[in-house]
Design a binder for this molecule. Structure first.
Ligand SMILES: C[S@@+](CC[C@H](N)C(=O)[O-])C[C@H]1O[C@@H](n2cnc3c(N)ncnc32)[C@H](O)[C@@H]1O
Length: 250
């Protein structure tokens, strides 16, 4: 089974996206890594025009999609996981979604994810494949792909579609810890993290090779994030955010 359909990852991602600091209860000193799904938007997306359209690809349980709508956009979240999209849509429609936080062994705590303060009519979620998006999606003022590229079987297939998804002058935000794993991406498809002709190729180099003809690289920044597995096990990662602006009129 796709791990993003499992109870374990559903609970982890609901806590990751919607959990308060008290609910996540991180070890001391790593509070700076909380609220990643919020910071991907607030620290990376610039001002949007009136009537903006936003796309959150690999949205998981949807927090960044709501945050894009909070910037004033009409926001669409797309993810391959039916369970993640069902949870995101329930939060959108009903305002809440109950789930279980893993504590220790079989011990859990029931928590409730709550919709951020935003008009739910400006948010939509759908199941889709970032490597084979439907043709009639249209184009967007901002496209966010947070922690997605290193989970795709063929990230280049996604990247070739990206220029047509972003309006001229629009924003593209790609974040990733570049955790390349053969179980998700055969190594021949990695965008970086290998040597070629005795030269080290970083993933940002691979992104530039595909995106430079269509985008200016505006900024690169570190975005730490913390995922709680259980009360005594946390993953601390540092994503790299690359922020791009689509050329006008090419
Ligand atoms: C590491 S999670 C990141 C989720 C979220 N953007 C975040 O930053 O918390 C990767 C997400 O990508 C989704 N995903 C994997 N392959 C996908 C594909 N081909 N198309 C769309 N989403 C995909 C997974 O279901 C999962 O929700």
């Amino acid at each position: 089974m796709n791990s993003y359909e499992s109870d374990k990852l559903l609970g982890e991602y609901l806590l990751f996206h919607y959990g308060s600091a008290a609910e996540i209860a991180p070890p001391p000193g790593v509070e700076y890594a909380l609220d990643y799904a919020v910071r991907c938007v607030t620290e990376c997306v610039g001002a949007l025009p009136t009537g903006a359209r936003a796309l959150d690809l690999g949205c998981a349980v949807g927090r960044s999609t709501f945050e894009l709508a909070r910037l004033g956009a009409t926001a669409t979240g797309i993810d391959f996981s039916h369970r993640f999209i069902d949870a995101a849509e329930t939060i959108r429609r009903d305002g809440t979604f109950g789930y279980y936080r893993a504590d220790e062994g079989a011990l859990t705590t029931r928590l409730v994810a709550r919709r951020p303060d935003v008009d739910p009519a400006r948010v939509s979620f759908e199941v889709g494949d970032a490597m084979a998006l439907r043709d009639d999606l249209g184009d967007f003022d901002v496209v966010l792909a947070a922690n997605l590229i290193d989970r795709l079987a063929a990230p280049a297939r996604f990247l070739v579609r990206v220029p047509s998804l972003v309006k001229p002058g629009g924003q593209l935000v790609i974040t990733s810890p570049y955790t390349w794993l053969a179980e998700f991406t055969p190594w021949t498809k990695w965008l970086g993290g290998f040597e070629r002709h005795d030269l080290r190729v970083a993933t940002l180099d691979g992104l530039r090779a595909v995106l430079d003809p269509h985008f200016d690289l505006v900024a690169v920044k570190d975005l730490p994030f913390l995922i709680r597995e259980h009360a005594r096990k946390f993953q601390l990662s540092i994503a790299q955010a690359s922020i791009w602006r689509r050329h006008d009129g090419d």
